[in-house]
Design a protein around this ligand. Structure first.
Ligand code: NAD
Length: 356
């Protein structure tokens, strides 16, 4: 069967890691018909928007997409294309498995945990009011002196519907993947209504899954425990912002951002992309680690039902990482190690391992 998949190379290191990963995915023997679409700052000039409707249409039609990172301007300019894609396509669940492969640079011996991040609301809803705007002033006026009238204001919506949906996703994932525990992460002692609702809703959902243990940990305590005892976590479910931050923390546990894959999953479509961003300073240097994107493709293969290809791909990656010879600079003990290979060469080594 040929799988038609939307491919968005992205910008920064995106196009070069995408080209490397595409060769690896094709070397599994699975047949793809790539529908290549462009999004990001360059599209602003030609299409007048960083996220042309044709890109969304392509994903809606193909139902599956793979994406490289896209740069988001800080402070000014358009809002994140990445966030917009997740919202427009209702890709409500961000799944980030963090597994330590032997040979990856880590302070730990074994890490195998999964982050499930709610993708559509929280402070990422994009409801922000500029300082001095009439909205900011009226919210400040309602606050009874707790917000100065000069403040910029971001709104943090957490709804029972979106929380129930992400909690069910986390428990269903745990059950389907023989995981034992789901831990909800939030800061309900301070944000009593929003994060309080998150914990309450997760614990309600947990009642329908008596075979899976459930607990709640405050996000600050979770950060410390992740560093000291990461083995005490299994599946972790959390609102959008904590999920963004803890994803990078957990990437750090398994060898860095170059090793951390991800998937954004909705009812109708799924989009696979690494946790990392566009790393602009490495653009065009053939230096970036393609593994996070390659492994995002492994998640895509599983989603497409290509289990055997996914397993072979994971073994091939694990083999190359364990050997430690044909790996990029970020996987060497010394980042200036001259024996580090480039993006293309690491992909070649994974392809070689796949064929062996
Ligand atoms: P980043 O993840 O792009 O890079 C941070 C650092 O991590 C890099 O300087 C590099 O040292 C390392 N790194 C990241 N990916 C690597 C790889 N594949 N191989 C080796 N090393 C790697 O984070 P940033 O610098 O904060 O963000 C750059 C841009 O990317 C920003 O505009 C940000 O908004 C965007 N971003 C996009 C996405 C996405 O497309 N989903 C995700 C995160 C950030």
């Amino acid at each position: 069967m040929v799988h038609r998949v939307t491919m968005i190379p992205g910008d920064g290191i995106g196009p070069e890691i995408m080209e490397a990963a595409r060769r690896v995915w094709e070397a599994t023997g699975v047949q793809f018909d790539w529908d290549i679409q462009q999004a990001g700052a360059d599209q602003m000039e030609t299409a007048g928007t960083p996220l042309p409707e044709t890109v969304l249409q392509s994903i809606r039609t193909n139902k599956v997409a793979v994406k490289g990172p896209i740069t988001t301007p800080i402070g000014t300019g358009f809002r994140s294309v990445n966030v917009a894609l997740r919202k427009e396509l209702d890709l409500f669940a961000c799944l980030r498995p963090c597994r330590l492969y032997s040979g990856a640079r880590s302070r730990y011996e074994a890490i195998d945990l999964v982050i499930v991040r709610e993708n559509t609301e929280d402070l990422y809803a994009g409801v922000e009011f500029e300082p001095g705007s009439s909205e900011a002033k009226s919210i400040a006026a309602m606050s009874g002196g707790r917000i100065p009238p000069s403040a910029a204001i971001s709104v943090k919506p957490i709804s029972p519907e979106a929380t129930e949906r992400i909690a069910r996703f986390a428990f269903d994932y745990a059950r389907a993947n023989r995981r034992k525990r789901v831990t909800a992460i939030a800061k309900a002692n301070i944000m009593k209504f929003t994060d309080g609702l998150f914990f309450r809703t997760c614990s309600e959902v947990a009642k329908a899954y008596p075979d899976i243990a459930y607990d709640e940990v405050l996000v600050d305590a979770a950060c410390m425990r992740l560093v000291q005892h990461p083995d005490t976590f299994d599946v972790m479910v959390m609102p959008n912002l904590y999920g963004d931050i803890l994803s990078d923390l957990c990437a750090g546990l398994i060898g860095g951002l170059g090793m951390a894959p991800g998937a954004n999953i909705g009812k109708d479509c799924a989009l696979f992309e690494p946790t990392h961003g566009s790393a602009p300073r490495y653009k065009g240097l053939n230096k970036a680690n393609p593994t996070a994107l390659v492994l995002s493709g492994m998640l895509m293969l599983r989603h497409l039902g290509e289990m055997d290809a996914a397993d072979r791909l994971e073994h091939a990656v694990a083999h190359v990482v364990a050997q430690g010879r044909f790996v990029t600079y970020d996987m060497k003990a010394d980042r200036t190690d001259p024996t580090a290979v480039g993006t293309r060469e690491m992909a070649d080594a994974i392809i070689e391992a796949l064929r062996a």
